[in-house]
Design a protein around this ligand. Sequence first.
Ligand SMILES: Cc1cc2nc3c(=O)[nH]c(=O)nc-3n(C[C@H](O)[C@H](O)[C@H](O)COP(=O)(O)OP(=O)(O)OC[C@H]3O[C@@H](n4cnc5c(N)ncnc54)[C@H](O)[C@@H]3O)c2cc1C
Length: 759
Amino acid sequence: MSTAKWHTRELKDENCTADLVVVGGGLAGVCCAITAAREGLQVLLVQDRPVLGGNASSEVRLWILGATSHMGNNNRWSREGGVVDEILVENLWRNPEGNPVILDAILLEKVVVEKNIRLLLNTAVDSVSVDESRMEINSACAFCSQNQTAYTLRAPFFCDASGDGILGFLSGASFHMGAEGFAEFGEKLAPPQPTNDLLGHSLYFYSRDTGRPVKYVAPSFAMADIGSFPRFRQLGTSDSGCKLWWLEYGGHLDTVAQTEEIKWELWKIAYGVWNHIKNSGKYPEAENLTLEWMGMIPGKRESRRFIGDYMLTQQDIVEQRLHADAVSFGGWAMDLHPPRGVYSFEPACTQWHSRGVYQIPFRCMYSREIRNLFLTGRLISASHIAFGSTRVMATCAHNGQAVGVAAALCVGNQCAPRDLASGELLERLQQHLLRTGQYIPGISSHAQDNLARSAKVTASSERRLDRFMPNGETIPLDEPNAMLLPLNAGEVPVFYLICDVEEGTILTARLMQSSKPGNYIPEVLLDECSVDVAKGYHQEVALQFGARLDRADYVFLMLQATPGISIHISSERITGVLRLVHGMNASVAKSAVQSPPDDSGIDSFPFWLPERRPKGKNLAIRIDPPVAAYRAEQVTNGVNRPCLTTNVWVAAQGDEFPTLRLDWSEPQTIRELHLAFDTDFDHPLESVLMTHPERVAPFCVKHVRVLDDAQRCVAEMSDNHQSKCKLNFQPPLSTSSLNIEVIETHGAPAAIFGVACYG
Ligand SMILES: Cc1cc2nc3c(=O)[nH]c(=O)nc-3n(C[C@H](O)[C@H](O)[C@H](O)COP(=O)(O)OP(=O)(O)OC[C@H]3O[C@@H](n4cnc5c(N)ncnc54)[C@H](O)[C@@H]3O)c2cc1C
């Protein structure tokens, strides 16, 4: 053997600096990174896997959901705004079939087009260095197995969007893992004593019909007898992807340290299930099916939850508590699962909804100890019970957007995240978030630098809510039906329906309102009327109520179930009006009235749900006097979705050149014009598996032209499908008026939610 000195080698290393390091490329990290980059920060986005999206990626294949809750609760028009909306609307446009591989590419594209983001894929953070005197993270180290490079990542601010909280854990930030006991926050859904119980992992598969018989030989590790878990009887051959969410396991284990062990158990279960489908003889319809895809990375629901200056609890959600530092919102149910998943005899989940959406405060989005550490995604500061609701991806992503803007403010003002939680910086954070498309319930945009606010806004015409013309179709009134209508303060108009009546009877209608402004539950009876209707077809029936409204609000015009009557419906759809039925969406509820156990701290209320297009047609109705629900001035009221009123301008029917006009007394210098369109915030836009009837919401403006005070066309966009459009003027425009002409929509009448101009 040679005596020459042995030379070991070192891997390539690289030092990277940025304004913000975001660890974790799930939806939360992606939306945070994109937002921060658009605010001008240099961002390093570090993702340990080959694609972005985390649980939404083609590696796991969960559909992105949030407050809309599959349209299965009372949260109307509650889809999250901003970057996650942009992603979901783009996914609808390119991928209404819900192919997860297409979504991967959309997410990658959205990130790589941002020049301020450096994306490190296949790169895992595995250590941090902390300045203990300042309680700040100095740097994080990461390794990419593909290029064998070790990275040192430095920035004044870090965001942990890694799900398991690698930055928070390594830096010593405090966290909870397991369910808090009742005494901790007084949550009535919490167990009496703290437990180690978590929500488990799940793993999915997809199958495909090959058109000819396919034999299947299972791997030897597949579970031989799937009878060992109680719910195997629920299996159907059409189940794949998210529909197999209940193939869950491991919430009683350490979901970080034992995650590989949990995955092997899930593989055993999932291959066992497929073997059962193919070879038990009980599913002849599976003869031609092949196993198209098996998840390789389990979807992880819960591990560490970090502690910020505030911890969101059950009461915040149920009572819809207001927070001065609200920057985001949630609306998914508190959705809790038994820790042993498939091996449990308990129901696979319990889902308790609040009456409406709830605010999420900024104080949940940074570590209480580590001064420069932001938190986003499922690891934010929330109790186990509240996490049951905040954990869904669109909520995580919306929180990520809040952190992206907050990081930019921290860099610009050289301050810590905590400094943004109150005072003038908080106001700036909220107002700037609204400008980026974020929706914060209860907070409207009133930015001083929005020049549109000082303009006189008029329009070529304004639609009034006067009638929905019948299309010849009827629906039997075997079930109660309601129209959710935006009314103004004052006397309630008379409503006229068109009915087909088989035998003379009495039709009873109620006018109801929600007890809390901004919610959509028929709780308060305003008035009731009963009308004798004689046998006959196509007869107009007047519903007259004595009620007065003391404020503009949505009201429910509710028709009691009356066998023998059919009501005519309309094919016309318009922003901010929906027909609702009393019912249950089995994906998110177990009955049409939420019926919680006694003393659970959960409210009982009925679900009134819209049906998805192409269903859910409006009742053919005439309203007298018509309601001025679509006034042009609403485009500068600072709310860009229906809430209390429609908040939208809609042109009158028959207006051939719908135009919105802004006039100032003096010329204004305008660099940016922001337009907010209606991509139907009631529609959940599930990202995978579930298909959608359209590639774009019918209410969305397609083609728009902008003219200055010399009637010159200064901007034109002919193929829009997005909710928000930003037009830049370089050189800046100098004009004392703007004409915004809607040349074409995607089907419904021209509608614009918001116009903002910045100098
Ligand atoms: C089975 C199941 C069903 C669910 N159902 C739904 C549903 O229907 N709809 C819904 O919206 N939500 C659903 N959820 C919840 C949701 O998927 C998660 O709560 C959500 O994905 C959390 O988002 P996130 O961005 O925080 O984390 P993730 O989506 O997990 O993303 C975190 C990313 O960080 C990366 N990462 C981790 N560690 C490191 C590291 N050290 N270095 C670099 N990168 C790292 C991970 O690889 C991952 O890509 C479900 C969850 C599960 C498991």
